[in-house]
Design a binder for this molecule. Structure first.
Ligand SMILES: *[C@@H]1O[C@H](CO)[C@@H](O)[C@H](O)[C@H]1NC(C)=O
Ligand SMILES: *[C@@H]1O[C@H](CO)[C@@H](O)[C@H](O)[C@H]1NC(C)=O
Ligand SMILES: *[C@@H]1O[C@H](CO)[C@@H](O)[C@H](O)[C@H]1NC(C)=O
Ligand SMILES: *[C@@H]1O[C@H](CO)[C@@H](O)[C@H](O)[C@H]1NC(C)=O
Ligand SMILES: *[C@@H]1O[C@H](CO)[C@@H](O)[C@H](O)[C@H]1NC(C)=O
Ligand SMILES: *[C@@H]1O[C@H](CO)[C@@H](O)[C@H](O)[C@H]1NC(C)=O
Ligand SMILES: *[C@@H]1O[C@H](CO)[C@@H](O)[C@H](O)[C@H]1NC(C)=O
Ligand SMILES: *[C@@H]1O[C@H](CO)[C@@H](O)[C@H](O)[C@H]1NC(C)=O
Ligand SMILES: *[C@@H]1O[C@H](CO)[C@@H](O)[C@H](O)[C@H]1NC(C)=O
Length: 446
């Protein structure tokens, strides 16, 4: 028995203590590199800036699968903590990766419990809609992605670490939250904002980084195929120099570094997380924030900061979506005090128990639920979880009362005068949660 236990534990211990020599994929963070198959495809237009209450720019960097007690002892993370705030009570939502990336953009992981191909339908709103509605520019930078807006599951390329080694997969769709949503993947303008690191180099050189930026580094650099120490080396190489670059860490920039989940299924699923950047005042350098946060806190914080509408999902679950204290304290937003016992009761360490459209257990598959139209938006706006413009699923009641299409559900919204004709469902009714209230359904039923 003991030998079996030792055998099972060995790989974990090995992974965390073995030194894997760091090989950067590029000469410098803003340099072009021959190691990338994906070439630069132009730069983004210069962003207009919509000022936020506490920050104007936001950069999120997601790392992979490590425990905070290991992460916090590594040099890059120590350096980051010294230049920012360590968030000591931040939790992932579930296992494995993909559900956490889904939740980080549409406010739900939709019951997903694997890294399979999942695509959130076009009529489900995401942060992209909230940002674009307020003309806040955004981009997703995905290292080693071969073409902008690439929709493939993964990409295999020549091995840049060991040139005589076999080809490797450095990019995977499951770590790209934006492309998991069809409202982005199927929209050419939006897809162009899902970019690679050659584009990052070009955008930053031209001083064109948008207001919102997501960064996923490759499968080695984000610790997924390596270990926590390797990710620290990558951050020392990539992030720390960029902090000194005024095209990256501009005035009023908030930078978040966090992990998608902890190292072991069944562990508490607490993750290391840090806030830094010029939006953090110097007197808070090296400080610790013990407030309970999850991936949804990043959504609620953006909503509160920029006065956005909201999705009426995890982003408005007050318990799960405390706004970062840095922001909450400055704008008078009241966070919820959540006990350790309550946190444990949420079962963040359990995969597959949450019903939803992507749950692998047929007994737990549900339709896409409508958003909570009565939710209070952290930014004071309105709930727009589903876009009801009557297209999509064949609706419209044909009576001129735009009832939209809802979630295909009978939850359609909009009180406008629709042009609907035909029905197919004829179920739309009620008001409240759609994006295009007042416009009503266009109706494309028969
Ligand atoms: C809304 O309607 C327009 C025009 O019919 C269509 O192009 C668009 O895809 C629709 N959006 C959604 C999310 O259904
Ligand atoms: C460049 O952008 C165009 C759209 O503007 C897109 O169709 C094409 O796939 C992109 N190419 C690469 C290499 O990213
Ligand atoms: C990469 O994607 C292909 C499908 O395109 C899939 O068959 C394969 O299993 C994936 N590889 C990994 C390592 O996930
Ligand atoms: C590089 O790859 C070759 C071929 O697989 C292998 O023999 C060699 O040991 C590798 N070198 C390192 C440093 O891993
Ligand atoms: C995992 O979750 C269950 C259910 O919430 C809880 O009873 C258990 O203590 C958790 N385990 C850990 C290590 O947090
Ligand atoms: C918030 O999420 C928790 C954990 O999933 C759940 O127990 C609670 O019912 C949710 N609250 C609301 C208002 O949806
Ligand atoms: C939409 O949501 C309602 C209410 O939860 C549900 O009954 C309906 O089946 C859903 N429709 C689809 C197609 O997801
Ligand atoms: C509306 O749907 C019902 C049921 O499918 C069908 O019988 C009826 O002909 C439809 N009406 C129109 C105008 O398409
Ligand atoms: C829908 O909106 C109208 C106009 O604001 C209102 O009179 C009606 O009560 C609303 N219906 C529901 C179900 O909320």
């Amino acid at each position: 028995m003991w030998s079996l236990v030792a055998f099972l534990l060995l790989p974990v211990v090995w992974a965390q203590t073995t030194t894997i020599p760091f090989v950067p994929a590029q000469p410098c963070p803003t340099c072009s590199s021959r190691n990338y198959v994906g070439k630069n495809n132009g730069t983004l237009p210069k962003a207009t800036v919509r000022k936020g209450k506490v920050f104007d720019y936001y950069i999120e960097i997601m790392m992979e699968n490590q425990d905070p007690n290991i992460v916090d002892t590594l040099s890059a993370y120590e350096a980051i903590a010294k230049k920012g705030i360590m968030l000591t009570n931040t939790f992932s939502l579930t296992h494995p990766s993909e559900p956490n990336y889904l939740a980080s953009w549409s406010g739900s992981f939709w019951g997903a419990a694997d890294d399979d191909f999942h695509a959130v339908p076009e009529n489900i709103m995401t942060m992209t809609d909230l940002l674009e509605d307020k003309t806040i520019s955004w981009a997703s930078y995905q290292e080693n992605m071969p073409t902008d807006g690439f929709t493939g599951m993964n990409f295999t390329q020549a091995n840049y670490v060991n040139v005589s080694g076999p080809p490797e997969i450095y990019y995977m769709r499951k770590h790209n939250p934006h492309i998991l949503h069809d409202s982005i993947a199927n929209n050419p303008q939006r897809r162009m904002r899902v970019r690679n690191f050659e584009d990052f180099a070009a955008d930053i050189t031209a001083d064109r980084l948008p207001q919102y930026n997501w960064v996923t580094s490759n499968m080695r650099n984000d610790a997924h195929d390596t270990n926590a120490a390797y990710s620290s080396s990558w951050l020392n190489f990539w992030l720390l120099p960029l902090l000194e670059d005024k095209r990256f860490n501009r005035e009023r920039t908030l930078i978040m570094v966090r992990f998608d989940e902890d190292a072991t299924d069944g562990g508490p699923n607490k993750v290391a997380a840090f806030l830094l950047g010029s939006a953090v005042p110097e007197h808070m350098y090296g400080s610790v924030d013990n407030t309970f946060y999850t991936h949804y806190s990043s959504l609620s914080t953006m909503e509160a900061n920029w006065g956005l509408d909201c999705l009426g999902r995890g982003d408005t679950n007050a318990t799960l979506a405390n706004v970062f204290d840095l922001v909450a304290n400055q704008i008078g937003y009241k966070n919820v005090d959540v006990s350790d016992k309550e946190i444990t009761s949420f079962g963040f360490n359990i995969s597959g128990s949450t019903p939803g459209p992507f749950n692998p257990n047929p007994d737990l598959v549900t339709p896409f639920p409508p958003p909570n139209s009565h939710a209070k938006c952290p930014g004071g706006g309105k709930v727009i979880g589903i876009q009801n413009n009557g297209s999509g699923h064949g609706n419209g009641d044909g009576n001129g009362n735009g009832k939209g299409s809802g979630n295909e559900s009978g939850k359609g919204s909009g009180n406008g005068n629709g042009k609907g004709s035909g029905n197919e469902s004829g179920k739309g009714s009620g008001n409240g949660s759609g994006k295009n209230n007042g416009k009503g359904g266009k109706g494309n039923g028969h």
